[in-house]
Structures are given as C-alpha cells and as structure tokens.
Design a protein around this ligand. Structure first.
Ligand SMILES: [Zn+2]
Length: 252
C-alpha cells in the first residue's frame, strides 16, 4: 500500500496542523455531547418508575377502602336479614299467644326457636364483620402515611431529576455553542466531511488510533495507515466505520 492508496481527506489547507488541532478539540467536545445526550435519555424512565411507585401506594390505599366498603355492605345485608328474622319471630310469638292447642303451640315454639337460632347465627356474622372492619380501619393510617410519604418522596425526586436534567441541558447548550466556534474555523471541506460523518455515526465523527486499531469500531489498521497517522499531517478514514482517524497528540 502506497501513501496514495490510503484513504484520507484531501483539500486540507496549508495550515493542516490547525485543522488537526481543531478536529482533536472538536472530538473532545463531541464525545462529551454523545455521553451527555445518552445520559439525558435516563430521565423519562426515572420519572416513570417514580410515578409507578406512587401509583402503587395509592392503589394499596384504594384497595383497602374498597375492601372496607365491601365488609360494610355485607354487614348491612346481615343486619337487614336479622330485622327480617326478628319480625318473623315476633309474628310467631303473637300467633302462639292466640292458639289453644298444645300441638299448634309446640309447632310455633319450634318455628320461634328456629328463628332465634338463625338470628343468633346472623348476629355472630355481624360481629365477625365488625371485627374485620376494625382490622381494616386499624391498617388505614399506615396506608395513608405511606401514600403521603410516597407523595413527598415523588415531589423531591422529581425536583432532583429536573435539576439534574436542567444542568445537563445547560451543559449540552454550552458544548453546542463551543463546538460551533471550532467548526466555523475548520477548512470548508473538512468541516463538511466532519459534520456529515458526525450526523450519520451517532455524534462520533473522529476517533483516535488506539493500539493500532480504530477507536470507534476497533478494526485493526494496516501498519502503513498507523505510520501515516503518526505524522499527524492529514486525517485518515477508517475502512471499517468510515470515521476520521487521528493519532492522539502527545500526552493525550
Ligand atoms: Zn473504525
């Protein structure tokens, strides 16, 4: 492979080193932008998970309220049934006072005892319902406190996230402004190429050669390319990913 076979950018101006320095600086800014933009994507998921936690606490409270209402409804039905049975009992007792025959009296007595047993069963049922209602009510304050705590925590976390996001977005805006000043100073051909690659390759247009390989796609570079890159007098293009390749400056 001769020097002419190596893919590189033509139209570098005379002060090539200025373009190369600008590109290297741009790369640093753009890498930070890539990282920041990736990090910004975490916020919607964080907000959703916080909202979900609050919704779960509220649902627990709502379920408890629904259970309590159901217990009350069941108890009221039992109480109505007791009223009915008591009425029946009174009626039989009235009839009993009027009958003359022992046989009829005993038959009514049997009915009355049946009604009394049924009433007693129903009353036990009412007591059990009341106990269950008391247990539900005893748990209520803890559930309500959990909702209040979740609401406070939600508000606090959302404010935190908002502040973090604002900081990140301000940094993004600052980086965008800073990179524009460098982009403007690039020679036209390099600028167009850089911006085009940046758009098509998720914000990373230029990568260093690391251990003889492309720092973007990790494809090993031929020794000639590495040798050329070391001169730092032009920008090479990676065959693998199409990104610009630069030998990192001393101390980078
Ligand atoms: Zn590559």
């Amino acid at each position: 492979m001769s020097r002419e076979d190596i893919p590189f950018l033509f139209a570098m101006r005379e002060t090539v080193s200025e373009d190369i320095d600008l590109l290297w600086t741009l790369r640093g800014l753009d890498e930070e932008l890539v990282a920041l933009n990736a990090a910004l994507k975490r916020f919607p998921a964080q907000r959703a998970s916080i909202a979900q936690r609050l919704a779960a606490e509220r649902a627990r409270l709502e379920h408890a309220k629904a259970r309590f209402a159901e217990l009350q409804k069941t108890r009221r039905a039992l109480e109505q049934e007791i009223a009915g049975v008591s009425e029946t009992e009174r009626r039989f007792k009235g009839q009993q006072a009027a009958v003359k025959k022992n046989e009829e009296f005993r038959a009514l007595q049997h009915e009355i005892e049946g009604a009394q047993n049924r009433r007693s069963e129903l009353e036990t049922g009412v007591l059990l319902q009341l106990e269950a209602e008391d247990r539900e009510l005893a748990e209520r304050p803890a559930l309500e406190r959990a909702v209040t705590a979740a609401e406070h925590e939600t508000a606090e976390r959302l404010a935190q996230i908002e502040a973090e996001e604002r900081t990140d977005r301000e940094r993004v805006a600052a980086l965008e402004a800073e990179r524009r000043t460098h982009v403007e100073r690039l020679s036209a051909g390099v600028r167009t190429r850089y911006e085009r690659i940046r758009t098509s390759l998720e914000g990373r247009a230029l990568v260093p050669i690391v251990k003889g390989a492309c720092g973007g796609c990790y494809r090993g570079q031929p020794p000639q390319v590495v040798q050329e890159a070391r001169k730092r007098d032009r920008v090479l293009i990676c065959d693998g990913c199409g990104r610009m390749l630069l030998w990192p400056p001393e101390g980078a």
